[in-house]
Design a protein around this ligand. Structure first.
Ligand code: COA
Length: 182
């Protein structure tokens, strides 16, 4: 298994471990951080299960799922979580997802995180297309993806079923040549 090492100026990405469960629960268990996600805040047990599944997926060949701890570049604290899933039927293409602990919001870190994920996907994984689906009302995610170069592609109606009912998604994407030009 090839371990992920990806470092930017302010952030780094690495594979999750069991030790990251409390830090990941600070995101996946938080009501504000999961407001636009299709599930209710997760319990510590559920997050531990997710981490276990992520570690198992990291050993798969070919590897299709990357669940990564987002670390502060200076102190190496875990401040968020990122996910990149390669589509099995279209392995040139991957979907990303990301979330930061609410204490980190509003300082440009989310935009940096999207940029770092794109760099990881295009440079290290050799992908051709990377996309993300957000809630129509998720303005910070919209702006972070747009600023990082992910254009809006369109709307998927009733894409997800959430505890509140059906939810549309707005899809953003960027292609490798567009990213290289930037
Ligand atoms: C989405 C998320 C990662 C953004 O992180 P962040 O560090 O706050 O993002 P940034 O500081 O880079 O801000 C991105 C843009 O949103 C704007 N923004 C941030 N918070 C905002 C808010 N509450 N209201 C309006 N605009 C906001 C910023 O001004 C910035 O816009 P700009 O590029 O025009 O300056 C963060 O909000 C988060 O973790 N949310 C919960 C999980 C989630 O929704 N993930 C996305 C799934 S698709």
């Amino acid at each position: 298994m090839r371990r992920v090492v990806c470092n930017g100026l302010r952030l780094g990405l690495r594979d999750v471990t069991e030790a990251d469960v409390p830090a990941l629960h600070a995101v996946y268990g938080d009501a504000a951080a999961t407001q636009h996600m299709p599930f209710a805040p997760r319990s510590p047990r559920e997050v531990a299960d997710l981490v276990g599944q992520a570690m198992e997926a990291a050993r798969a060949e070919p590897r299709l799922l990357y669940v990564l701890a987002v670390v502060d570049a200076e102190h190496r604290d875990v401040i968020g979580v990122a996910r990149l899933r390669i589509e099995p039927e279209h392995p040139h293409s991957a979907e990303i997802g990301f979330g930061l602990h609410p204490h980190q919001w509003g300082r440009g870190i989310g935009t940096d995180l999207v940029r770092l994920l794109l760099s990881f996907g295009f440079k290290q994984l050799g992908l051709h297309r990377i996309w993300g689906a957000r809630s129509p009302s998720n303005l910070p995610a919209q702006l972070a993806m747009l600023t990082a170069g992910m254009v809006e592609e369109g709307r998927i109606r009733h894409h997800l079923r959430t505890p509140a009912g059906w939810r549309d998604s707005v899809v953003h994407s960027v292609l490798e040549d567009e990213w290289t030009e930037r």
